[in-house]
Structure formats: structure tokens, C-alpha cells
Design a protein. Structure first.
Length: 275
């Protein structure tokens, strides 16, 4: 188990607890594939939205009540709760109210669809990790890149990747890990070309597509969307397009530090004018 130390580094702690969430809802097969992989590493609790809450990003139910119900778990030793709220709500409730003992790792997914490029800011899967980040708890967000909604999901490769990364965080062989965003092709092991450590693409992965011939629109994140992109080498979208697993370390620092000194000079002038 890893916990942030006084100097900012992650250090080992003795008791291990893992919180698993998602944005596809409590009945998603990807959630339970991930929970099964985590249950081999430590005491695991599942806290997930009662229904699908894809695309809610960092949203929390600030002005609404949230139902919380314990639900049957298909995994021995794994406790599960369904929450009438967002993935962010689930992590907050899990950490503050529902988990027994210390949680040292938060894992979100396995999402049925890609979370790549600047679209991750809208992703409930990825942005659920923000609540762990605020509390200095390392986390993983895992997504399976599906070329179509009718494609049968394969969880074997990405579940193994999740287990290896989680174990590395727990035993300290992945130093200073905060958030890792993982996307894997929905392919059998022999077709995966490798693993790349990437940066987040500056473009989005989701594209608008017309449906029905009446001007109605939908979001498309399958092969057609990918074919429309200008792909930057070394990015998460580039890795997936090359048949690689993409692992991107994330941080959530929204301050533009390169502009603070210039802005301070302008504000000083403004202050004198206001005086």
C-alpha cells in the first residue's frame, strides 16, 4: 500500500485496501473484471454509480441527495455498493463512509470505450481519480478501446496490466505515481504490439457524426473517429492507433505558472489605478 509522505513521495504502509469504481454503472462487466483483478491484491470494496454516468467528468451531486445501497457481490470477500450519483460521489463516499480501514489505491474502470486526448476532461472514468488525487491516494483509470458497441469486450489483457501496475504501486516499484490513465486495445494478447508511456494528445478522440439523415448528431469514438485525427507521435491516441497499450501519467495542476509573474506586474498597475 502506498501513501504520500511529508516530502511528497509515496511510501509503503502496512494495511492494504483498494476502492474500485467506474462510470458505466454497477452492472458493467468491466467493473467486475477489474474488481476481480484487484481482489487478488488486497481487501477490495466496490462503490459504483447505480446506473451509467458516462461523460460527467468531475461532477458531484452538490445540490441533490444520493441513495446508497449495499448490493450483492459476485466476488467472495468483495463488498459492493450502488450509489445514486456520479463516479466522483462514489469515490468520496467510499473513502469517507463505506470502506473499512485505510484505502491506499483507487482504481476506476474498466471503461467500455476509449478515454484519450483532451476528452479525458469529460470522462467520469478518469476524473473519478481526481477525488483520490486530492487526498494524495494513487489511482489508476482503465479503459478498453472498442471499435464498435457491438464488439465483444476482452478484459484479459487490460486486467493483467491493471494488476501489474497496482502491484507496482503497492510495493513501491512505481515511484511517485499519482494517476495513471491506461487505454488498451480490445485485442487478444498476441495482437497487442506492446506498451508505450505516452502524453495526452492535444486533440480529442471523440467526433460528431450525423445519424438518421435528419441532421441528428451523435458522438463517435470508434475507428471512424480515429481515422479523422491528425495523430501526434508519442501521444495516447498515437499508441492506440499503433496497436499499443497506452499508459499516461496525469497531474491535476490547473495554474498557468508561466503567466503568474507577468500577471502580477499588470495587477500592480491596476492596483495603483484603482487607488
Amino acid at each position: 500500500m502506498m501513501q504520500k509522505g511529508p516530502g511528497g513521495e509515496f511510501s509503503a504502509v502496512t494495511q492494504m485496501g483498494i476502492l474500485v469504481t467506474n462510470d458505466d454503472g454497477i452492472d458493467s462487466p468491466g467493473l467486475w473484471a477489474l474488481a476481480e483483478a484487484m481482489s487478488r491484491l488486497g481487501e477490495t470494496v466496490v462503490v459504483a454509480p447505480r446506473e451509467e454516468r458516462s461523460g460527467v467528468g468531475t461532477g458531484i451531486s452538490l445540490h441533490a441527495g444520493m441513495s446508497v445501497a449495499r448490493v450483492p457481490s459476485p466476488l467472495p470477500g468483495v463488498t459492493a455498493y450502488a450509489v445514486g450519483g456520479t463516479p466522483g460521489d462514489c469515490v468520496i463516499l467510499g473513502l469517507r463512509r463505506l470502506a473499512r480501514g485505510h484505502i491506499g489505491l483507487v482504481v476506476s474502470g474498466i471503461n467500455l470505450g476509449a478515454n484519450l486526448g483532451n476528452d479525458i476532461l469529460c470522462s467520469g472514468t478518469v476524473m473519478a481519480t481526481l477525488q483520490a488525487y486530492f487526498r494524495k491516494i494513487p489511482s489508476l483509470a482503465l479503459s478498453l478501446v472498442m471499435d464498435s458497441e457491438i464488439q465483444e469486450p476482452r478484459f484479459d489483457v487490460i486486467s493483467k496490466v491493471a494488476g501489474v501496475l497496482a502491484r507496482g504501486i503497492i510495493d513501491g516499484t512505481l515511484p511517485d505515481v499519482a494517476v495513471l490513465n491506461v487505454n488498451a486495445p480490445n485485442s487478444p494478447p498476441q495482437e497487442v504490439k506492446g506498451i508505450a508511456v505516452t502524453r495526452t494528445a492535444s486533440s480529442g478522440y471523440v467526433r460528431l457524426s450525423e445519424v438518421g439523415g435528419r441532421g441528428d448528431m451523435t458522438y463517435d469514438r470508434g475507428v471512424r473517429a480515429r481515422d479523422q485525427l491528425i495523430i501526434e507521435e508519442g501521444t495516447d491516441i498515437w499508441a492506440i492507433s499503433a496497436g499499443l497499450i497506452s499508459i499516461t501519467p496525469l497531474r491535476f495542476d490547473v495554474t498557468d505558472c508561466n503567466r503568474t509573474s507577468t500577471l502580477a506586474e499588470r495587477v500592480a498597475l491596476l492596483r495603483s489605478e484603482l487607488a
